[in-house]
Design a protein around this ligand. Structure first.
Ligand code: AMP
Length: 281
């Protein structure tokens, strides 16, 4: 397994693979790998000759009061996991390597961003779109794999790839969960013991909401109330948002029909957790 820190070396390496007729599957991450990342790598491994993994904690997608400095990082551990998963090449650039002194051009997301995390984290998806534009140009993947845990990210990246004609196919991958239902996340390590016990209630509240829809509830405000009450009753978390939209358009739906996403974000003392379910009515 090759670890490359220089963008131009990475691009040359990938160009060489392409000239040999090899297909490239790409998994962009911020590292501190867990089972969620592993399932993306597994999918990429199944479908491609070469699997490229990037590990880059991207400052552009963090707000001023967010956890950029304290985001968990452990390259040695990530290397072991990546090598076990059959990764061929890790791209591990510094911030300086990616952005130099300043950018001349950056990407601005104009749709699907005024909801969910996009509304709560201004500029977040501009940072995501900018880094992915660079990474796609450096890694030259045939397919890039993204987790549906970050469903808004998938919707925006799919939009960006279509709008800008990137020659890459976006492959969404189902959310991987702990046995008790908590969505795996690098940030779960920040949960206090008591909060960790409560955290599976986030997914439980989404399942209850889905059940209520299957039993005939048709308006999103009832669904939102149901989830909010459940979270307030069963956790000490502070609700950041609970929202229901069409997916992937992320448009408001008062009367529920078609493909929808129910998504939430809840703040615990040191971790903000997100989760969602997507289904067809
Ligand atoms: P991150 O390192 O948090 O930026 O995540 C990198 C990729 O892994 C993103 O596409 C995430 O959506 C995906 N991912 C994170 N957690 C999970 C999970 N529990 N299940 C599936 N994919 C995930």
């Amino acid at each position: 397994m090759n670890i490359i820190t220089n963008a131009s070396d990475m691009q040359k390496t990938m160009q060489k693979y392409k000239s040999e007729g090899k297909s490239i599957g790409f998994v962009p991450t911020m590292g501190y790998l867990h089972e969620g990342h592993k399932s993306l790598l597994q999918e990429a491994r199944k479908r491609h000759d070469i699997v490229a993994l990037s590990i880059f904690v991207n400052p552009l997608q963090f707000g001023p009061n967010e956890d950029f400095d304290t985001y968990p990082r452990d390259l040695k551990r990530d290397e072991t996991i990546a090598s076990e998963m059959g990764v061929d090449v890790i791209f591990y650039p510094t911030v300086q390597e990616m952005y130099g002194e300043e950018l001349t051009v950056s990407v601005k997301v104009t749709n699907r961003t005024d909801a969910l995390c996009g509304r709560k984290r201004p500029g977040h998806f501009d940072g995501v779109a900018t880094v992915l534009t660079k990474l796609f140009n450096i890694v030259l993947p045939d397919e890039a794999f993204f987790g549906l845990k970050d469903a808004q990210q998938v919707a925006i990246v799919q939009g960006m790839v279509e709008d800008f004609n990137f020659p890459v196919k976006i492959v969404p991958v189902t959310t991987v969960r702990e046995e008790d239902g908590l969505a795996k996340s690098s940030r779960n390590v920040y949960l206090l013991e008591e909060e960790r016990k409560q955290a599976p209630q986030l997914y439980q509240s989404l399942l209850l909401a889905k059940e209520s829809i299957e039993e005939g509830v048709t308006n999103s405000s009832s669904v939102v109330s149901l989830i909010e009450s459940h979270i307030k009753e069963t956790t000490n978390g502070i609700i950041d948002y609970v929202e229901v939209y069409s997916y992937p358009q992320l448009k408001t739906v008062e009367q529920l029909s078609g493909k929808i996403i129910i998504a939430l974000a809840v703040k615990f003392s040191k971790a903000r957790l997100i989760d969602n379910i997507i289904f067809e009515i």
